[in-house]
Design a protein around this ligand. Structure first.
Ligand SMILES: [Zn+2]
Length: 252
């Protein structure tokens, strides 16, 4: 089968089952989709697996999950995205394969992130698990027809991004939890986390709830007239509501 190189236009011969290949003339890495040839890049990992425990515990602590964790398994792999580029929208990432944790579509490429041509022989990639693209660009295009028609995205490329698949245990909870950690920016993705048990929520939150109960109780004693009582409850609910909101936000 013959295809044209995106970069230099040279005609290249591709074997029937070959989807990743490079141009023998200009060296571009290319990916052959059912409908087209696109550039194929990857981003090198910035995070090493020695950092994973620290990143994960810091993340869980911000969720008030302060118990010890034990990482049982960690494995780096590359996941494919369609990178759409151009126009006012800048860049957009779309999943190029299906995954149980589809939130990873929200991964952010750092502005300084250098796109490297995907070369299976490169030491970043060699021997690592590579998820093959299973979602053709055609079907992404169909879902985004409006945006594409306006000419917002003139460039399309296939991009493999590194993630760590991390399985960990959390003290006091049964079972193993799975997270994906973006190996470039350190962002964490998961479908479920351990539960925050009540006694582990910080004491200030309990104080706030206790004070709220006392204030309402006192007001109930002081004001006998029902209308006045309702009015006073209404007025005092506001600052308490915002206090609780503030504490909740601090937890996240
Ligand atoms: Zn070429």
């Amino acid at each position: 089968m013959k295809v044209k190189c995106n970069q230099c236009g040279a005609e290249l011969k591709v074997k029937p089952n070959e989807i990743f290949f490079s141009c023998t003339y200009c060296g571009s890495s290319l990916y052959l989709d059912a409908s087209q040839v696109s550039f194929h890049y990857y981003l090198a990992p910035k995070i090493i697996d020695g950092d994973l425990k620290l990143i994960l515990s810091a993340f869980l602590q911000r969720k008030s999950l302060k118990q010890k964790i034990r990482i049982e398994k960690k494995e780096i792999f590359y996941f494919p995205f369609w990178l759409l580029k151009g126009g006012e929208k800048g860049i957009k990432l779309k999943l190029a394969a299906s995954t149980a944790i589809d939130e990873i579509e929200k991964v952010v490429i750092p502005p300084a992130g250098k796109l490297n041509f995907f070369d299976p022989e490169n030491e970043d990639i060699k021997g690592k698990k590579i998820v093959a693209p299973g979602i053709a660009y055609e079907s992404v295009k169909k879902n985004m027809e409006d945006e594409i028609k306006k000419g917002d995205f003139s460039q399309i490329m296939l991009l493999h991004l590194p993630f760590f698949l991390c399985q960990y245990r959390y003290a006091g909870e049964k079972g193993v939890f799975t997270v994906l950690i973006d190996a470039v920016g350190g962002k964490i993705f998961a479908n479920s986390f351990p539960h925050v048990s009540l006694e582990k929520i910080d004491s200030e939150f309990f104080w706030a709830i206790g004070i709220t109960c006392i204030i309402f109780f006192m007001e109930g004693l002081i004001f006998k007239n029902l209308l006045v009582k309702v009015f006073v409850y209404f007025i005092s609910a506001f600052p308490l509501y915002f206090l609780l909101q503030y504490l909740l936000r601090k937890k996240r």
